[in-house]
Ligand binder design. Sequence first.
Ligand code: ARG
Ligand code: ZN
Length: 416
Amino acid sequence: MKVLLLLGLVAVALAAQTRFEGDQVFRLKPTTDEHVTLIKDLARSMEVDFWSPDSAELVTIDIDVDIHIDASHASMVYTILNQSDMEHEILIEDLQAQIEAQVDRPEATPRSHSYTKYNTWDQIQSWISSISSANSNLMSRQVIGNTHEGRPMNVLKIGKKTGSTKPAIWMDCGIHSREWISTAFCQWFVREAVSTYGTDSQMTSLLDQMDIYVLPVFNIDGYDYTWKTNRMWRKTRARNIGSTCYGADPNRNFDAGWCTLGASSNPCSDTYCGSKPESEIEVKNVADFIRRNKSIIKAYITIHSYSQLLLFPYSYTYDLAADHAELLRVAKGATNALTSLYGTQYTPGPGAATIYPAAGGSDDWAYDLGVKYSYTFELRDTGRYGFLLPESQIKPTCEETMLAVKYIAAYVQKTL
Ligand code: ARG
Ligand code: ZN
């Protein structure tokens, strides 16, 4: 009996999910230095989960600041905000309710993979096997290494098999695990590529001439953790020596002005830069692959959410990239194409000036390595749902994003 009880407790503990009942997401609009100080003080005195920007250090005047506050502090924060003269609103009244609303209808039995729903890692993994074997004429896959917890990082190579090495484009999704729409987009892209090859003239010509390498989930351990334990997890799941906190921010862990700006050296921070550049095995696996293939990789595309931005280098400095004018022109063309479908507004620009300076990002690293067309997408929305974008928006978001990615790809193809 005692043993059974103990087993029961263990099972409950293993299945325990972080719950967010009564947690709230606030939007603050600081316009003075006092407002910025108030936000930073809040972040020092209680646990504040920054949704946008990514951490307290990045807060400045005249940007929207979206913060997630746990239930026990929500009413106090609300009072403090009402006593200050800073403009503010509540974006999400009850985070747990919003999390439950994100998936259309939670199924009791696991369903199969769907392009218009969010998929678990297990579903994505079996999708990777099935889509690559069903399209072996156009696709192959390779494991570029394992994650910290031992999950295989599969890269899908899509393109007509010509028997010779082709110029290529790299695209990854899910660097930050809570940005689920990102991961959904890579799956959508792969299906579009294989299903429109032969009918869509642009896709056909692209895949005839180039290969696209797609990493559907970069931070797999984190992604699995967002499903099983904490929906708001952003970082990797590696142990940090000398700390009880887990994980580093993969997009602060690349060797590009590493940990100089907009990143934290505190392992408990959501923007922890790691113990050294590429300390995170997932980052090292990707960087090694791109370095090995750097002579053929002509573009680097990475998908994040949210804010509706199309960013390019630099983020580790305000200096403009040598190719700034061209990168901006292509970004404008891509965002115009995106907007043409449903009117969704995007802002193109260099990272540091467009959102905030933040070093150690994959886009800057790829650019400095010599991959000239280096872009970071921040997909929908602008904060109404934030990371909890409803499943009903997967299809329109992916459709419009396809237009922008195809625009960039077509441009790169023209320059070959
Ligand atoms: N929200 C993304 C992040 O903070 C933006 C990345 C832009 N690029 C960069 N190198 N910081 O990771
Ligand atoms: Zn991100």
